[in-house]
Design a protein around this ligand. Structure first.
Ligand SMILES: *Cc1c(COP(=O)(O)O)cnc(C)c1O
Length: 386
């Protein structure tokens, strides 16, 4: 028998296994399942980006190893986009690093900065990569609960001083997956103060910055004074341009932190396919109507599902960003049990919140990545559940 490494055996069990198995069983029985589980856009990549990609693929110059920290034209496009969108100035040479999706960078960051006894401060519920990357690098996760009473922001004051002193990285993600919470400038100012006090690296994961409603544009961490001294921000084309499968993203900010991450990457991968980076230039510099349209589509879906769930007695905040609803059912029950009953009784699949961390217990996450018609059908079914 093959024996896995200790670090692999330390990874938490995959908590969505049960619900996925149940889904398969019911599908096999012929049940019509409305799947709110996937956090992957159903809309296509905009045509202008695909068109640039078609031509870029044909250029032999794009067939070589990409190498380095990214294609200069794409790094420049990222810097210009930051200027235009956030009024943040970046040096495209030193303060921009191209990634194979932001997940890749998040996963490699701890390898550059954590030693055996070092702690990473990790919110929960959360995107699982912060935790698994910390464990794979040999570091120790310390969890920061995100609770409704704190607007799903971590309570930095509650972190024991001894823990903060041993911590090297603080992961944050706003607009947040799975809670859909956003961070205020005032909170981010406190984060920077805290990071300076304990000499922490802030790894700010911001893939939903362009998925917002009612014109409430989310902040970049780098907009806050002092941010570049302590942190980097991860960004991605995945959610903004429906490009999850293309694998392209970036890290921007503190040049020393980026250098460490680039060093790890230089020994693991050889960069992002140049044709995809060329398409990335088109995504950021080209027409942005498709992103505006995407926001309208998600907004319609959000309003439909929000009122449907509310009428059925569920409790939740109406999200001002992300394509998730983080909702509590009208009966007291564990997330897993609720998800399982919902699936069996009405063929509706929502992700049990406890799978994202213990503070997610009691909640379910609904993704808005399916059509209005399917959401209407789901709302009809929801109202029939007793
Ligand atoms: C989708 C998502 C990502 C991953 O984005 P990629 O650029 O596709 O790797 C990172 N963080 C969070 C919180 C996400 O939801």
């Amino acid at each position: 028998m093959m024996e896995y490494s200790e670090r692999l055996r330390k990874l938490p069990a995959y908590l969505f296994l049960k619900i996925e198995q149940k889904k398969k069983e019911l599908l096999n029985k012929g049940m019509d399942i409305i799947d709110f589980g996937v956090g992957d856009p159903d809309l296509p990549t905009p045509e202008n980006i695909i068109s640039v990609m078609r031509k870029a693929v044909e250029k032999p110059i794009n067939h070589c190893y990409p190498l380095g920290t990214g294609m200069p034209a794409f790094k420049q496009a990222i810097a210009q986009w930051y200027q235009k969108r956030f009024f943040v100035s970046l040096d495209p040479e030193k303060e921009v690093l191209v990634l194979i999706g932001s997940k890749e960078g998040l996963a490699h960051l701890p390898l550059a900065f954590l030693n055996g006894e070092d702690i990473a401060l990790i919110p929960e519920p959360a995107y699982p990569v912060y935790q698994t990357a910390t464990i794979l690098s040999g570091g120790i996760p310390f969890f920061l609960p995100l609770k409704a009473e704190n607007d799903f922001l971590p309570d930095l004051e509650s972190i024991p001083r001894k823990v903060a002193e041993r911590a090297k990285i603080l992961f944050l993600n706003y607009p947040n997956n799975p809670t859909a919470a956003v961070a205020s400038g005032e909170f981010l100012e406190r984060v920077i103060k805290f990071a300076k006090k304990y000499e922490l690296i802030v790894a700010y994961d911001n893939p939903y910055s362009e998925v917002y409603y009612e014109g409430k544009k989310p902040l970049s961490f780098l907009q806050i004074e002092g941010a570049k001294e302590v942190g980097i921000e991860f960004g991605s084309l995945s959610k903004t341009y429906n490009m999850t499968g293309w694998r392209i993203g970036w890290a921007v900010g503190n040049s020393e932190i980026l250098e460490g991450l680039a060093k790890v990457k230089g020994n693991v991968d050889s960069g992002t396919f140049l044709a995809i980076q060329e398409a990335g230039v088109e995504a950021l510099n080209g027409p942005q109507e498709s992103t505006a349209e995407m926001r309208m589509i998600y907004k319609e879906r959000r309003d439909l599902l929000f009122s449907g769930l509310t009428e059925a007695g569920w409790q939740m905040n109406k999200p001002s960003a992300t394509f998730y609803l983080w909702a509590k059912p009208p009966f007291a029950c564990t997330s897993e049990k609720t998800a399982s009953v919902l699936l069996e009784k009405s063929g509706i699949l929502a992700t049990p919140g406890s799978g994202f961390g213990p503070s997610g217990e009691g909640y379910l996450r609904f993704s808005l990545t399916l059509s209005k018609e399917r959401i209407k059908e789901a709302v009809g079914r929801l109202k029939k559940i007793k």
